[in-house]
Each structure stands twice: as C-alpha cells, then as structure tokens.
Design a protein around this ligand. Structure first.
Ligand code: 4AD
Length: 471
C-alpha cells in the first residue's frame, strides 16, 4: 500500500495521530511521514548502549512490531508482559524479515507487569498442559492467540459457506425441555430465586428444563418452512469424560436440508462445508497455519492440502466391522456388529483408508436416536445415519436422514415410551411433511483437526469439563 491508500483506510484519528494495529502497521510497505499510535503488550525488551528494542503485540497478528527508541525512553516499568502505548513514525526497516519498524518518540507504560510472577517467560516455549493452567492469561501466548484468530476466521468462513449457499440462520434455544439425543447427558436448569412453594415441583418453566445437547429438533421445525437452515451455537453434554475430544460445553454447527431422501446429499454438504471452510482458512490465516504446522503438529499444512484434493472415502458400518474384525490389531473393545465404534476403532479405520476423512454410513438401527430414518433392511437392520471420521480425532460430524413418515415415527416413539414428549414432533409429520436430513459438526473438534491440536481443552477459550469450571 502507498502511504496515502493506507492512511485513507485507517482514519482513526486521535488528535493528529492515527491509531494503528500491529497487523495494519506491518502491512505498510513504505512507512509513514506522520506519527502513529500503537497500543499492545511487550513481547520482548532489549536495551543496548545507544538503542532500545521492543517487540509489541496487540493480538492482531502472529508477528510483533519492532519498536526502536533512544535508551532514555526505557523505564523500570517497561518489562516483558507490560502494556504500552507507543507514539512514533513507521520507517523502513533494515531487518530482512520485516518491512517496517516503529521509530518511537514516546513510550508510555499503561500497566506494569511483574515478569517474575508472570507465568510466561520470555523466549520460552511452554507446554500446553502448563499454559492451560492460566485461562485468564493464556491469550498472551503466540499459540493461543493464533488459535483464537483462526477460531474467529473459521466462525466467519462457516457462516459464509451457509450464507452463500442459500441457508437461513436459525437461533435455536439454549434452554429446552428435550433430550434430542436421548442419551440422558443433560444439565438441568433451575432458577436460584424461584419460590417452589408457589408452583409445582417442576420449577420456573413448570416442566424440567435443560441446557440443549443439540439444536437439531428445532432446526427440523424450521425445515418445515424453509428448505435449508443452519445453526451455530453452544451445546452442553454432562458426559463424564476427561478425554482429549470431549467438553461439557462446545459449539456445534448444524444444518437441516429439506426435500431430500438421499444420504449422499447430506454427505456432499458435509464434504463441501469441510473443504470450503478449510480452503478459506488456508488462504486467510497463512501465518497461523504455518506456525501450527511448524511448532505444534509438524506437516499439518501438507496433510490439510491432501484432504482437500481427494474425494472423501465412504464405507458402510457393516464393512467397517468386517475391516476391524480382520485387523491384526488387538483392540481393547472387541468389534461386534451392533456395538458402537470406539475411538480406537475409528482411528484404525481412518488409517486403514489412507489417513483421509472417512464417511461411515448405515449404522445399526438400535444404536441411533429415535429420529433416524429406518432403512427397512434386514436382518442387519440399519438406519440412514452417517459419521465423518477424521485423522487424529475420530468422529467429527454426525448426521442422518430423519424419519419423516408419521406411522413409522409413531411406532418407534411408542416403543420408546416417548409419544407424549414428542407430540409436537409428530405433528410436523402431519402437516406437509417432507423427506429431510441434516448433520452436526463439533466446532472444537474441527479446529483440532485443522491445526493438529491434540487436546480439545486447547481450542476452547474457556473449556468446561468434569471438575473444572475455571473463571
Ligand atoms: O453425533 P452428535 O451427538 O449428533 C448430534 O447431536 C445430532 N443431533 C446433530 C445433528 O444431526 N444436527 O454430535 C455431533 C458432533 C459430533 O460428531 C462431535 O464432533 C461433536 O458434535 N461432539 C462433541 N464435541 C465436543 N465435546 C463433546 N462432548 C461432544 N459430543 C459431540
């Protein structure tokens, strides 16, 4: 950018001085004739006899901006971790790795930082288990701030995918009276100030209420009036798991597509969503993707590029069980038709298929929730359900065709004793029912998969899991 173009774009004047972010400053090729103001946190400070070097980062970029100053601008409060406001001119840098640096005329320390007590040390690479202990400070590390920038871009890329493909965004409720998945992993909601004496035992809502495990049933309501809908919100599961891929609170991306009786259509949307979002991230976050590929999961970028080139592989659940039974590997859980695939099975299957994303379709009918469509096959009775398994993680997406036939749905709900609870769900099969299906993707697992991050607790800004609700 020429200085004029750059100046016109960033007209946030503070008196005569424009305020710039580190990202904006680094994007300037030539420097600036006018003074600018930069605010951020000191990432390094080094003073020599006649020059002072600082690196300042404000979270907008992986790179910090180098600030050079007269040594007399150094005060004892100017330490690693302190917050600063610097005024100066952007000048062309002599350093090969950067275009510009900030020649400071004034440095003000806004908030001091006791480097001794500060948990992160200059030039040290801290292991994730250590960083995780400081959820209130970890946004100061390169790894976590990079993750949060990618997370933010991924959110926008997912929204873009749905918006540009004609989907309507629905805000599904967080408080609900249903257990969509029927797994009983619910957090119950109670009002702390509710006087139970004046109502029945059911409390505020007069019925038991829970934090949602999935927005699917509410999306299905909407798919009675819109052909394509999606939601992207928090979901909650009281799973007693400390595993590296489970959280008690996670974000789920869900979509529901009407007028389809083919699982292939649902799988195509899943593949398109994965590829489109990942392509966007590779082009919009090159610094961060390279950083993770170099320091966190070596070669991750190449693996992602491979995923994008190939069509995802598909196998049926029945074929998957045969592969597992034929495997030389000794599994902790013996693979049997009718049993859930365990993480160890999912990992083996993905490896067996060449370490690319793998669709497993047509699961045993009795394994799937009441809403999954009956394939009416047999004797190995299956439902039209699909999971997408990805390397290193296992299940990333879960979806199915939904049972749109009133009679079939009614008899299943009767068998499960759920007819009263789901009268409204049956009702939508009475008034213009259409064949439809959809899926849900765990957003944190997607980020793990893209960045090669081993533990889900390291991709959530504030992870919640058993015995831990810090902050
Ligand atoms: O397979 P699940 O349970 O599917 C549903 O909830 C459907 N109602 C979605 C739909 O069809 N609209 O969950 C979907 C995805 C999983 O594939 C997984 O990626 C993620 O949500 N997930 C979790 N992520 C983190 N922590 C947990 N405890 C998770 N449980 C599921």
């Amino acid at each position: 950018l020429s200085f004029c173009q750059w100046h016109c774009r960033h007209r946030r004047h503070l008196g005569a001085v424009s305020k710039l972010s580190v990202r904006e400053a680094l994007a300037s090729v030539e420097g600036s004739p006018n003074s600018i103001k930069l605010q951020g946190w000191v990432r390094s400070v080094r003073s020599q006899k006649d020059i002072l070097f600082l690196h300042v980062n404000d979270g907008s970029s992986l790179e910090s901006l180098q600030v050079v100053a007269e040594p007399n601008l150094k005060t004892s409060a100017l330490t690693f971790g302190s917050s600063v406001e610097v005024i100066g001119k952007l000048v062309k840098s002599l350093h090969k790795k950067q275009n510009v640096e900030l020649n400071a005329s004034d440095i003000k320390v806004i908030g001091g930082c006791d480097s001794y007590d500060f948990p992160f040390k200059l030039k040290e690479r801290h292991p994730p288990e250590y960083v995780r202990q400081y959820p209130h400070l970890r946004c100061r590390t390169n790894t976590f701030s990079s993750l949060l920038r990618v997370r933010s871009k991924a959110t926008a890329a997912i929204q873009d995918f749905f918006q540009s493909n004609g989907y309507i965004h629905i805000h599904t409720p967080i408080i609900t009276s249903n257990d969509c998945e029927g797994a009983g992993e619910l957090f119950q909601v109670q009002a702390t100030n509710w006087d139970h004496g004046q109502s029945d035992k059911s409390g505020f809502f007069n019925v038991p209420a829970y934090l949602t495990v999935s927005g699917q049933l509410h999306l299905e309501v909407m798919s009675g009036g819109f052909t394509r809908v999606y939601s992207f919100g928090p979901t909650f599961r009281a799973e007693n798991s400390q595993s590296r891929r489970h959280l008690a609170e996670f974000y789920m991306v869900e979509a529901e597509i009407s007028f389809t009786d083919s699982l292939d259509d649902i799988m195509q949307v899943i593949e398109n969503l994965f590829k489109s979002t990942t392509t966007a991230l590779l082009s919009q976050c090159p610094e961060e993707i390279n950083f993770f590929s170099k320091y966190v999961s070596v070669g991750q970028k190449d693996r992602l590029e491979q995923f994008l080139k190939k069509k995802f592989v598909t196998m049926t659940y029945t074929e998957a069980i045969e592969v597992l039974k034929d495997a030389r590997e000794i599994f902790h859980y013996k693979p049997e038709w009718g049993c859930d695939l365990q993480t160890e099975h999912e990992r083996y299957l993905v490896k067996h298929c060449g370490n690319v994303p793998l669709f497993v379709i047509n699961y045993p009918y009795d394994l799937k929730p009441f809403y999954a469509r009956d394939n009416e096959d047999g004797p190995q009775h299956t439902a039209a359900a699909v999971d997408l398994l990805v390397p290193g993680i296992g299940e990333l997406f879960g979806g199915s065709l939904r049972e749109e036939r009133f009679d079939v749905l009614l008899s299943r709900l009767e068998r499960l004793g759920l007819t009263d609870t789901y009268q409204w769900y049956l009702d939508i099969r009475k008034f213009g029912s259409v064949p439809h299906g959809g899926f849900g993707m765990g957003f944190e697992r997607y980020l793990q998969c893209i960045l090669g991050i081993d533990n889900i607790k390291d991709v959530s800004p504030f992870p919640r899991f058993p015995y831990s609700c810090l902050l």
